[in-house]
Every structure is written in C-alpha cells, then in structure tokens.
Design a protein around this ligand. Structure first.
Ligand code: NAD
Ligand code: ADE
Length: 448
C-alpha cells in the first residue's frame, strides 16, 4: 500500500488526517469501489430516499479503505452524522480518509499512527457521543465499556485526551455492530460476564459475511499482500497456514491455487481432519517450522509462532499474519533473538539472527492483507458492508426493543443481501415447488 508517512498529520477540530490534498485521489478510489459494490448502491439509494438514520450519531472504528468509504457514504445518505477512526494503526488509506473529510465525515485516521494516537483517535470518534457504534475488532466497543464500568486501563488516558471535554453517557448508545471474529469473541466474553451494556449485532457470524469475506476476501488479499511486498514465486514453496478456520481455509486454498505445497497447523481435531481430507499436509507446528518457506497465521490466538518455532526455521523464511491483532507472531521473541532488524522494502523487515539466518516479517505482524495490500476486494466487502448498513438500520429502527446481548443478523436480512448480490450478477435461482416446501417441513414421510 502507498504510504504518505512523510507528511505531517493535520489535526483540526473536525478531522485528523495525513494530507487533505489527497482527497481527489481518494474520491477516484472510492468511485472504483462503488462500481463494484452494487448491493451497497441499492441500499444507499434507498437510504437517500427514506432517511432511516436521520439525526443518528454513529461512531465507526473500521479499516479506513475505499470499501469502508462506501459504507460511510451510505450511512450519511441515510441521514446519520458519522465519526470514523481507524481499527488498525497501519491499515488506513490516507487518500480515502481525506476524501471522506471532504464529504463531511469527522475522520480521525492516518496510516502509521502510534498506539497512543490510535486510542486518542478512538476518543475523538467517541466525542460525538454516538447512539450507534460500528466496530471491527471491538476496540471501540470495549473502550466504551471500560469507561462505563470504570475499568482502569493504560490506553484510557489517550482515549480521554482524544475526547477532550466531552463525556460519554453509555445510556445514549442504543446498539452496535461488530465486523470480525476476534471482535465477536471479545464481546461474547463481555456478555458472559453480564457486562454488555447494549445490543451488538455480530455481522461476522452471518453466513453472507463469514462464508465469503473471511475465506475469499482474506484468501485473495493475503496472497496479494505477500506478492506485492516480496514479489516471490509461490509455486513450489512450502506454505504453512496456522489455523484452518474460515480465514485459514481460504488462504490455504488460494496458496494451493498458486502452486504452493500447503501445510496446515491446527489445534482443533475436526478442523485438522477437514484440512487433511481436503488434501493438505497437516502436522505439528514444530515439524512445520523446520520445512516451511512461508508462514501465515490466521488463528485469532496469541504467540502461535514463538521462539521454539523461530529457532527451527530455515534461512530466508517469510512470516506474515492475517489474524486481527499483531499477537500471533511473537514480536517479542523475534526481536529478542535478532541481532539486527532492518526494513529492507516497504512492509518487509529482515531479522538477522545471531546464527546468521535471516527471517523476513511482513507488515510488522499486523494483518498483512490490509497493511501490505488493500484488504478484501470491493466485490466481497459489498456483502459484509451491506449487512453492516442493514444492521445499523435495524438498530436505529428497533432501538428500544433489542436486548443487551450479542445478536445474530436476522436470517431474512442475510438472505436479502445474498439475493441482491445474485441479482447484480445476473444469476437467477430456483424456488421450491409447493410440494417440495411441504415435503421438507413434514415429519411423517419417509421410506416408501
Ligand atoms: P475461526 O475461528 O474460523 O478460525 C480460527 C482457527 O484457528 C480455528 O480453527 C482454531 O482451531 C485455530 N487455532 C486457534 N489457535 C490455534 C493455534 N494455536 N494453532 C493453530 N490453530 C489454532 O476464525 P476466522 O474467522 O478464521 O478468523 C481468524 C482471525 O482472522 C481472527 O482474528 C479474525 O478476526 C481475523 N480476520 C481477519 C481478516 C482480515 O482481513 N485479515 C478477515 C476476517 C477475519
Ligand atoms: N477488512 C478486510 N478487508 C477490508 C476492506 N477492504 N475494507 C474494510 N475492511 C476490511
């Protein structure tokens, strides 16, 4: 991804972005995405007519990409006032952030922010006193809950700096959405402790999201990121995928498509069996560490690649992470074991070990597909963000009726988005006959 990190960040009362002069580049990128997001187009036009979000204040914490811009523009078309901060310090597309500012959105996002700046930006986004939160990874929602429950946490100091004189009243917040697996896991943990204070729609868990975005989006964009940053040939390489879940299975499939010999490392026997019966080699992490050329983590778990693996890896091995947080490859172990660390190309760091081996870490261990490429293709985000837009509409409409739980996207919304996508692709599908409908809802009919 293009970096504008040389420019000084511009901070005004209404936005913090890298360079507002990038706005016209950003608009061109957004137009490209919008052309490939027909379902969002349909929703946006309806929102424009019906204004279902009129007067709503929405705080969103998302990867600031051209696809996110289409979602934000739809919410604004629906009548909402939107503030937007980044859900990762390195994933912001600075030209898109600038374009959204020109569209009247309060954007607090720039590529290459520090951790304290990241939380300051979350504070800025919250300073609009949102009624709905839209999140990817749950940092925004968890921040709201830490503030509301009086939990002490070091990052809250930065959040307060960002919020300035504004104070948050959690009673104002009617609901929220969550985009990714790791975010949903965190919010379910909050719910289990009885501490979730408003309803959250788990967009991630709906089939039209997780059967497409997680495998197809991450599968393609992870390979894209590895190729953009290293230019390496994948054919014939031993490509190790950690985690054969929705994301990992997609990465494995795409790596195989590039001619790599794919090896899977799992902890779940069912997922491991699925990988084995899909034709992949499955082995322990230590065995894989000895033979792999490329290692990609996609587990949502911590320290999946650590000292014991790094010790075994071959000279030249490439490491990347596609999971939500930069915790899957132990950066602490890598740094402790390295004699010299150098950035040898954008998004590629070389760790020269004391024994002379060199290992290469991509995107600083953050989600490689958004840092070293542009994230999921627009066509896939059309599904995820249509579900987001319709979930936000549902929260606005039913704000007093929903329980403070982690909720599913209603199946009819999920199917409606899939149907619109099929329509946009010119695909017609069958309907069951009356007889078939009766048959599949009947218990008496069996062997005849
Ligand atoms: P998932 O639950 O479907 O899959 C995770 C898999 O990892 C499971 O099969 C689990 O058994 C396995 N696993 C857990 N610990 C492991 C370990 N120590 N070693 C090996 N395997 C292990 O989750 P998912 O939907 O595939 O998401 C995975 C991660 O990717 C999450 O952090 C999610 O938020 C993130 N994500 C990233 C993107 C992106 O754009 N990069 C997109 C969607 C999801
Ligand atoms: N997550 C993965 N890909 C994305 C994209 N293109 N935009 C926003 N969030 C994403």
């Amino acid at each position: 991804m293009k970096s504008h990190a040389g420019c000084r960040v511009v901070r005004t009362g209404r936005y913090w972005v890298r360079d507002i002069r990038l706005a016209s580049d950003g608009m061109r990128r957004i137009a490209w995405a919008e052309q490939r997001m027909p379902v969002m187009g349909v929703i946006r036009k309806r929102f424009e007519r019906e204004k279902p979000l009129k007067g709503f204040r929405i705080a969103a914490c998302l990867h600031v990409t051209k696809e996110t811009a289409t979602l934000v523009r739809a919410l604004v078309s629906g009548g909402a006032e939107v503030s937007l901060c980044a859900s990762n310090p390195l994933s912001t597309q600075d030209e898109v952030a600038a374009a959204l500012v020109e569209e009247g959105v309060a954007v607090y996002a720039y590529r290459g922010m520090s951790e304290s700046e990241y939380y300051e930006c979350i504070g800025r986004a919250l300073s609009v006193r949102p009624e709905i939160t839209v999140d990817d990874g749950a940092d925004l929602t968890v921040t709201v809950h830490k503030l509301a429950h009086g939990v002490q946490s070091p990052e809250l100091e930065s959040v307060q700096v960002g919020m300035g004189d504004e104070r948050l009243d959690v009673e104002d917040i009617k609901g929220g959405t969550e985009e990714t697996t790791t975010g949903v896991i965190r919010l379910r943990a909050l719910e289990r402790e009885g501490k979730l204070l408003y309803p959250i729609i788990a967009v991630n868990d709906s089939p039209t999201k997780s059967l497409f975005d997680n495998p197809l989006g991450t599968g393609q964009s992870t390979i894209d990121a590895i190729m953009r940053s290293t230019g390496m040939l994948l054919a014939g390489k031993r490509f190790v995928v950690f985690g054969y879940g929705r994301v990992g299975s997609g990465i494995a499939a795409r790596a195989r498509g590039m001619g790599a010999e794919v090896i899977v490392v799992e902890v779940d026997p069912v997922r491991a069996l699925m990988a084995a019966m899909s034709g992949y080699r499955v082995m322990s992490s230590r065995d894989a560490a000895k033979i792999g050329d490329v290692f990609v983590t996609a587990t949502g778990n911590i320290n999946v690649i650590r000292r014991e693996h790094v010790e075994l890896m071959k000279d030249g091995a490439v490491l990347a992470n596609a999971g939500h947080y930069d915790v899957e490859v132990s950066l602490k172990d890598l740094r402790a074991m390295a004699e010299v660390v150098e950035e040898i190309a954008p998004n590629v760091e070389r760790f020269r070990m004391r024994d002379g081996r060199c290992l290469y870490l991509l995107a600083k261990g953050r989600l490689v597909n958004l840092v070293a490429a542009e994230g999921h293709p627009s066509e896939v985000m059309d599904l995820s963000f249509s579900l987001q837009a319709l979930s936000v509409e549902l929260l606005a409409r039913e704000r007093e009726l929903l329980p403070s739980r982690v909720l599913d996207v209603p199946p009819e919304v999920d199917r409606a988005v899939a149907k619109l996508k099929l329509d946009s692709m010119g695909i017609t599908i069958d309907e069951m006959t009356e007889e078939q409908l009766r048959y599949v809802t009947e218990w008496k009919l069996g062997t005849s």
